[in-house]
Ligand binder design. Structure first.
Ligand code: PEP
Ligand code: MN
Length: 349
């Protein structure tokens, strides 16, 4: 159930509605939009019946009460009355008119490698830096990431460049050190349905970039986001990174249809990862331009100073020396799709 307050509703009236919702065992999720305050009243179907019986549309300050029909109550576009979420992440905006270009190596390998990559993506116009300290590898015998030392290097890269950090968390036991340095916590495709971990992130106080599982439907992705939102964290970015299909000419099938479809379902910003879908450098630019054209709110892309020497995902990493030209093209297409230019904003941030 969504309670739409009147534009002139007072704080007392908002608090009174929240109190009534909570009095019948539902959770109240207020969100202050540009025009009005919306209050989601969320609970199981019995609780929803009790909320309906409150007849909140007769309460002072309430404009109307509308049911949220989708199973993803807080993520749905109707939960925000059609208004899209935009988030500010350490001075950079994403969502609405704002495009984010998140770039950096697959994994943090060494101080030199990370700082070289960070400077290159900063100079090229990236708005955030990516890099994994904990890596989900197919083989347990492959490099698993530098762990805490990797996090320390990411903090150093942020201190040098000012770029907000996007880094993956795989295990709730590492939450504390990751929260300390991450501006956005990435949940990888393989953990999309790790519901205990998602609930932890709902309480962690950091924005989350949630990647679509290798074989998950679009609705399963949005339902996974709901686990984070339900715990009180509204800052979730959804990420399409390719799904497994019968096609074997490349690594995964980048489902770009998911971008406009997700926009009809949810108010959350949508990010596309062309690198892991392609598995090959030559496909990364065309897929990025297509993602921007499809209306993505951001791209997360792998960039390495020396891809031939990369420990992980070298064949798909853009060369740092080629990143600036790539970023200019992405910006042009994003602008055609209605986004504001981001390169200048990035360099003056
Ligand atoms: C990554 O971003 O490096 C990664 C492992 O991604 P995914 O979870 O999408 O495979
Ligand atoms: Mn990778």
């Amino acid at each position: 159930m969504l309670i739409v307050m009147k534009p002139q509703a007072t704080e007392e009236e908002i608090a009174a509605v929240v109190g009534k919702i909570e009095s019948v065992g539902a959770t109240a999720h207020p969100s202050r939009g540009s025009q009005v305050t919306l209050i989601g009243a969320i609970g199981d179907s019995d609780t929803e019946v009790r909320v309906a019986a409150l007849e909140l549309d007769g309460q002072p300050g309430v404009s109307k009460v509308v049911p949220i029909l989708e199973p993803y109550k807080l993520a749905s576009l109707s939960a925000r009355h059609g208004e899209r979420s935009t988030f500010e992440i350490d001075g950079r905006r994403i969502g609405g008119d704002h495009f984010a270009l998140i770039a950096g190596p697959c994994t943090v390998e060494s101080r030199d490698q990370l700082l070289d990559a960070a400077r290159a993506v900063l100079d090229g116009g990236a708005t955030m830096l990516r890099g994994g300290a904990y890596k989900p590898r197919t083989s347990p015998y492959s490099f698993q990431g530098l762990g805490v030392e990797g996090l320390r290097l990411l903090a150093e890269a942020k201190a040098q460049t000012g770029l907000p950090i996007v880094t993956e968390l795989m295990d709730a036991r590492d939450l504390e050190p990751v929260v300390e340095i991450a501006d956005v916590i990435q949940i990888g495709a393989r953990n999309m349905q790790n519901y205990g971990l998602l609930a932890e992130l709902g309480r962690a106080g950091r924005p989350v970039l949630l990647k679509r599982g290798l074989a998950s439907t679009i609705e399963e992705l949005v339902m996974a986001a709901e686990y984070i939102l339900k715990e009180g964290n509204p800052h979730v970015l959804l990420c399409e990174r390719g799904i497994r299909t019968f096609e074997s000419s490349y690594r995964f099938t980048l489902d770009l249809t998911a971008v406009p479809v997700l926009k009809t379902m949810t108010h959350l910003p949508i990010v596309v990862d062309p690198s892991h879908a392609a598995g090959r450098r030559d496909l990364v630019e065309p897929l990025s331009l297509a993602a921007a054209a499809a209306g993505a709110d951001g791209i997360i892309v792998e960039v390495h100073p020396q891809p031939e020497e990369a420990i992980c995902d070298g064949p798909q990493a853009l060369r740092a020396s080629e990143f600036a030209a790539y970023a200019r093209k992405v910006e042009q297409v994003a602008q055609v799709a209605g986004k504001l230019p981001f390169l200048e904003a990035a360099s003056t941030a």
